[in-house]
Structures are given as structure tokens and as C-alpha cells.
Write a protein that binds this ligand. Structure first.
Ligand SMILES: [Zn+2]
Length: 723
């Protein structure tokens, strides 16, 4: 008894002593600043397979800097990541006539050439390509790109792009810049963002900042505005030292894109974020040491933040179709951004999620939390110059949001909500758009069901491989059901889904998939493109995407393909008689009367029995003296796009004449046509077509308040002769 009591007291004292030593160590062991490599301990091992294309010299993995030699290995080791790069001896085939590589090409190469087995006991794996030249979806040259290689861990860099940009002005810095790009893209794959960059005491930005933050225009050339620094920010080192593996390492459950975040003001933000010794208090240091000692993760990948009340830098709006989209339809939305700040912002043509500036978020209606839409590639643009949006200026872009790296965004019929969010730095969100409701419907007719059937997997769910194939513009070759899809397009081309799928096929015929075994890309099949696109104007989103797709290659295409192309603005807002674009459904100062006038097939005038209602409305409107009335004509999808645009315009003008006759000043009324691009119902049934042949009335908001508003939409339908 006595012995065991002594033993207990002894162990208690021993335990207390151990605790005391531990706390003393945590508190008083000399603190080294955490940008110093010696303070980090190794936590992860990363294997990188590096494949270079034939004819492209691989990047230098070690360089000499004024502060001594630096290498990819030493830089990552300073954060506690052990790096094992293995360069494949076999060079990838590439034929220069295939043109620059984009994300679909890189994806193809990754699937074919990623073949080295990592040594045992590595924690993560990345496939890296050294490519001759890479471009974004719009064809802009890129220094680097992060792309989906099916396991979400591919990067590509274009060292020759660095040479082209700097060979005249900064030849000595090129190796350092090439290595910098490589490590920078690796950091993205490890969940680090531009917002993690800081300015070090000597004024230089750490590796997380994009290269474009270090350059400035010098006449026709680019110069470096500072010597590139090959160092991680203390925040990144701390993150590597304290975060759980799933938040750091690529592959498996990690989703690097969710942590990658661009910003409209990221270069300035990085400079305003000065290096600080965050471990200045002994307690903070002790806490971190103890947590690390016991293996408790204390850092996490950044989660999206909620909106703040700060004055927005940018006015953001999103627009989608009001009609329920058919299930599996390639939904594309319009994003507009107006610069409300006093200075130019680098956001023009960067409004799709792939640029990391604007995030599209979605949720099932009624849910509380927003989910980010994650693109399959993240672009690293070479410079900001062409992207500057002047104060007061507006820019717009149409984004496909139906498939991302977590699969189909709208996987089943129902009501969803979407919004756009633009960030300027990590603590504040600078703009949040309006919320738009997106409805998705199950097919109505047999033809629609049959078209959908081709996109389902064995379990009857939307097939993820087909979604991926569609979002890559049909330019990845892994899908053996391609002939089926081509057949569906032939067979069901009068359905909205079948017609929409033609755009994918046209995109593939325009820029066929590169063969990753030979590096050759077949020539475009322009007659097939013409046949597929002929009369492809299914909805505003697709009409706008068609414009983007063709304009990217406009210089190589015959004028006949691009001549009558609708601009994205015309695709969404409609056409006026004189061609001047005018905002319709996108104008927040206009509201729609809950009354529409419908037409018989091919009719350009209002049926006689509808005149009385139209005249009555016109007289009511005349009394309220509206500042602005917009009459928007619509058609069904029978007949060609061009004829339908004209038909819609004639219908709007027919109503315009009745309004003018009732005494409304003609200069206050505008007639616009959206043709078949904004259906009330996507279905090809007779009932849906009758609903779609209509004129809608948009009116200045303040005037609309004075008008009686019925609870239900009143559709004034004619008696049409049956066929
Ligand atoms: Zn970057």
C-alpha cells in the first residue's frame, strides 16, 4: 500500500515535471522567424512527374540568385514539403501546326502520358507538363495553368512564354522566372492562393503572387519592376506546418480549386499585406508548438466568406433563362460587371469562374449554404493590360456552369439558385450579384426523353463522363459513346437538348482533339461546323457561347461562318431594327407587365380578337405617360434563327403601331426581337410553342407601380386554325 502511494506520488511529480518542461520548451525555446527554413519540420512528401514536350527545354530546377543557389526542392523544403521531381526521359510529341495547347489538350496528354509510379511513402502526387505554349479558353497566352487531370492535380507551365516576354529586357532573370512559375503553380495545387502573398521587408513579393504583379510595360516590352524572390510567405509555411493533410495535399479528397482564389486587386493587396512576425507573443508560439507536437491541425483551407457591407468595387449581375431548362441542358449564364471604383480594374473578359475572380455559387432553393461552382481549369494570365476595365465601364461574359469538378451542377429536376461573387482580397468580398432562380425540368415528350437517355449512366443518373466531355467542348477522346451523341443530335435535333448538343459537336469539328500519341491535330472540318451551327440559336446562353467559340478562331475562318453572328449582348438582350443594342431583360430599371400577347404560327400581326385587349392596354398606358416602353417579340423554334429574329421584330412592331395609335409618343416605345432565344418553355410540344410565340411588355419601374397588377400572368391567346 505504502509502496504504491509513493509510486503514485512519484509518477504525478514526474508527469508535472514533464508538463513543465514541455511548456517551458514551448514558451522559451529560442523563437526563429518562420520564414526561416530551419523553423519548419518536414510534414509531407510530394512526388512530381515532370514531362516535357519535344523541342521544349525543361525548366531549370535549380538557379543561382544573388542570395545563393535556390531550387524547387529547397523552396518547398522551407515550408516542410519534401519534393521528389522525376523527369520522364521520353519527350511528348507535339506538332507546331497543332497550335497552342489548351486545357482539353493538356487533359488528353495527362491521361496518356502520366505513367511514373511514385516512390513508396509519398503523401501526394502531381503531374506537371512543360509545354511549348498554353492558352486560356479565349486564346490568351499563359505562363502557367492548373488543370484537371481527372484526379485534380495537374499543372502546366510554358517556359517559352517567359522567354518571349522577357528575352529583350531581362534575359538574365529568365531561369529564375521559369522556376518561379513552376513553384507558383505547385503552390496552387497545394491550396495556396495569390491572396497568401506578402511583401517582404526588402519590398519584394513572395512566390504566391503571380508573375504579372512583378512586371510593368516599358514601351513595347515588359520589364521586371522588382527582382523575383524565391521564397514562400510565412503564412504559407505556417499553413504547411499546421494544416491537416487533406487541406494541403493534392489528389484524393483534396479540391485545390476551391482554395484557389483570384482577386481584382490582388497585386495591390499583396503589397499592402506586409510581412509580419505573427509569432510575436510567446503564448501564440507556445500554442502553435504544442499543437504541432501533438499533431493537431490548426490551419484549414480557406472557406468562402460572407458578404460584407463595404461599398462594392463592382456592380455584378447574373442573368439566366426564366423557363425551366431541360435536364442535362448545357446551362450558360450571363455575368455583367460594371466598375464602380475610381480606378481601372483587371477584370475585363475574366468573368468566368476559370479566372478565379468571379465565383459562381449555387444551391438547391431553400438550402442555406452556397456551394461554389468549380471549373476544371484555372487560368494564370500573363498580364493584366488587356483586361483593364475603366471606371464606369461595363463588361460581360457568358459562362457555362452545368458541369464542374464536382460533377453536374444541376443533377436532377428542381429549383436551384445561383449568384456571382467577386473578391478583392481575403477578408472582404467586394461584390455579390443578384440571386437568380434556375429551374430544371424532366423531359416532357418522348423525343425529349430519348435525347436525355443518351446522357444517362447505367444507374439512370446524368453521366459524369459525358458532362466532362461536353464541358471540354467534345475535345477529349475518352468517351466511347461519342457516336451515340452524334446520332442523338441527328435524331432529336428538334428538341432543345439535341439542338444544344450540336454546339459541342461543332466545337469539336472546329478544333478537333489533339492526338496525344503523335501530337497532331486533324484539320478543322468547316463544312461540318457550318452544318451543325446552321440554325443553332437554341437559347441566349448558347448563342453567346457560339459567338465566343467562333470569334476565338475568327481569323482562320471563312467570313461566311462569322458574318451573321449575334454578339453576346444581342443574344441576351435582342435585336432592334437599326441594330443598336439595348438592354431588355437585363435592365434592372425595367419591369415586365404580367400580360403577354400571343400569335398564331408565322403570324406577324395580332389576331383580330386580340385587338380590343391591346387597345385597352394601350389607352391605360397612355394615361400613365410611361417614360419608356420596350416591346419584346418572341417566336417558337420552328424555322431558321434569322427568320425568327425578323418574325419577333415584326410582332413587336405590330403592337407598337397599336400603342402609337392610342397616343403614346413613338419615341418612347422600342421594339426588340429575341427570336427563339428566350422561350417560356423549352419543350417542342404544340402547347409550348403557342406559349413561346408572344410579345412581352417591359416598362419603366415607377410607371409600372401605377398600373393594376393581376396576380396571375395574363396570356392573351388567339384562336389559331388547326393544321
Ligand atoms: Zn497563380
Amino acid at each position: 500500500m505504502k509502496v504504491s502511494r509513493t509510486l503514485l506520488a512519484g509518477s504525478l511529480i514526474g508527469l508535472l515535471l514533464a508538463l513543465l518542461i514541455l511548456v517551458t520548451w514551448a514558451l522559451f525555446w529560442p523563437a526563429s522567424v518562420c520564414s526561416d527554413p530551419t523553423c519548419s519540420r518536414k510534414r509531407f512528401d510530394l512526388f512530381v512527374e515532370l514531362d516535357a514536350f519535344r523541342g521544349v527545354e525543361s525548366i531549370p530546377l535549380e538557379v543561382d540568385t544573388e542570395s545563393g543557389p535556390a531550387s524547387a526542392v529547397s523552396i518547398l523544403r522551407s515550408g516542410g514539403i519534401g519534393l521528389h521531381v522525376q523527369t520522364d526521359d521520353e519527350h511528348l510529341p507535339y506538332s507546331p501546326v497543332s497550335g497552342p495547347l489548351d486545357r482539353a489538350d493538356l487533359y488528353q496528354y495527362a491521361l496518356t502520358w502520366r505513367n511514373l509510379a511514385p516512390p513508396s511513402r509519398v503523401d501526394g502526387q502531381i503531374y506537371a507538363l512543360v509545354a511549348p505554349s498554353i492558352v486560356s479558353d479565349r486564346g490568351e497566352p499563359l505562363f502557367g495553368i492548373m488543370f484537371d487531370s481527372a484526379g485534380r492535380e495537374g499543372i502546366a507551365i510554358a517556359p517559352l512564354q517567359t522567354v518571349r516576354t522577357f528575352e529583350r529586357t531581362e534575359p538574365d532573370s529568365i531561369p529564375v522566372l521559369q522556376l518561379r512559375t513552376f513553384v507558383h503553380e505547385l503552390l496552387h495545387a497545394l491550396n495556396r492562393r495569390h491572396a497568401d502573398a506578402v511583401q517582404m521587408p526588402d519590398g519584394r513579393l513572395t512566390l504566391e503572387a503571380p508573375t504579372r504583379c512583378l512586371m510593368q510595360r516599358d514601351g513595347h516590352d515588359w520589364r521586371l519592376s522588382e527582382r523575383p524572390l524565391l521564397a514562400l510567405s510565412p503564412g504559407t509555411i505556417r499553413f504547411f506546418q499546421t494544416a491537416a493533410p487533406r487541406d494541403v495535399l493534392p489528389g484524393g479528397t483534396n479540391t485545390p480549386f476551391s482554395g484557389v482564389d483570384g482577386s481584382a486587386t490582388e497585386c495591390d493587396d499583396a503589397r499592402s499585406s506586409r510581412y509580419e512576425d505573427h509569432l510575436s507573443t510567446r503564448w501564440a508560439l507556445a500554442r502553435r508548438r504544442l499543437l504541432a507536437l501533438f499533431g493537431i491541425a490548426s490551419a484549414h483551407a480557406q472557406a468562402p466568406q460572407d458578404a460584407s457591407d463595404a461599398d462594392p468595387l463592382v456592380a455584378l449581375r447574373v442573368q439566366a433563362q426564366e423557363a425551366a431548362y431541360p435536364l442535362a441542358y448545357p446551362i450558360a449564364i450571363r455575368v455583367t460587371a460594371k466598375n464602380l471604383s475610381e480606378r481601372p480594374l483587371p477584370i475585363k473578359n475574366r468573368l468566368t469562374p476559370a479566372y478565379g475572380l468571379v465565383h459562381i455559387e449555387h444551391r438547391v432553393a431553400g438550402e442555406k449554404n452556397w456551394r461554389p461552382f468549380r471549373p476544371l481549369a484555372w487560368f494564370e494570365t500573363a498580364n493584366d493590360e488587356d483586361a483593364m476595365l475603366a471606371p464606369g465601364e461595363q463588361s460581360e461574359q457568358t459562362s457555362s456552369i452545368y458541369f464542374g469538378d464536382d460533377g453536374w451542377t444541376f443533377p436532377e429536376p428542381g429549383t436551384y439558385e445561383i449568384r456571382a461573387r467577386l473578391t478583392a482580397n481575403e477578408d472582404r468580398i467586394e461584390a455579390v450579384s443578384n440571386v437568380v432562380s434556375i429551374r430544371v425540368d424532366a423531359p416532357e415528350s418522348d423525343a425529349e426523353r430519348a435525347a436525355l437517355e443518351l446522357l444517362l449512366d447505367d444507374a439512370g443518373m446524368l453521366d459524369a463522363r459525358i458532362g466532362r466531355w461536353l464541358i471540354f467542348g467534345g475535345r477529349i477522346g475518352e468517351l466511347e459513346t461519342q457516336p451515340d451523341i452524334a446520332a442523338a443530335i441527328e435524331q432529336y435535333s428538334d428538341t432543345a437538348l439535341g439542338s444544344a448538343l450540336r454546339l459541342t459537336l461543332a466545337s469539336q469539328r472546329l478544333r478537333p482533339p489533339i492526338d496525344p500519341l503523335t501530337g497532331e491535330r486533324p484539320l478543322p472540318d468547316l463544312s461540318a461546323v457550318r452544318a451543325l451551327l446552321d440554325d443553332m440559336c437554341t437559347d441566349s446562353g448558347l448563342a453567346a457561347l457560339k459567338h465566343e467559340m467562333l470569334m476565338r478562331f475568327a481569323h482562320e475562318l471563312p467570313a461566311s461562318l462569322t458574318r451573321d453572328l449575334l454578339s453576346p449582348q444581342q443574344a441576351w438582350d435582342g435585336l432592334t431594327r437599326d441594330g443598336t443594342p439595348v438592354p431588355t431583360y437585363s435592365d434592372p430599371t425595367l419591369t415586365r407587365l404580367s400580360l403577354s400577347f400571343h400569335f398564331c404560327p408565322n403570324d406577324t400581326t395580332l389576331a383580330a380578337e386580340l385587338h380590343r385587349v391591346a387597345r385597352h392596354l394601350a389607352r391605360t398606358l397612355a394615361r400613365t405617360k410611361p417614360e419608356r416602353i420596350m416591346l419584346v417579340g418572341h417566336t417558337d423554334a420552328i424555322g431558321t434563327c434569322r427568320l425568327n429574329d425578323e418574325l419577333g421584330l415584326l410582332r413587336a412592331e405590330a403592337l407598337q403601331r397599336i400603342f402609337v395609335d392610342a397616343g403614346i409618343a413613338s419615341e418612347r416605345i422600342q421594339a426588340v426581337s429575341l427570336g427563339e432565344r428566350r422561350p417560356l418553355r423549352f419543350s417542342s410540344s404544340d402547347e409550348a410553342r403557342a406559349l413561346n410565340r408572344r410579345v412581352e411588355i417591359l416598362i419603366a419601374r415607377d410607371t409600372a407601380d401605377e398600373l393594376p397588377s393581376p396576380d396571375e400572368v395574363e396570356r392573351v391567346m388567339p384562336q389559331c386554325p388547326s393544321f
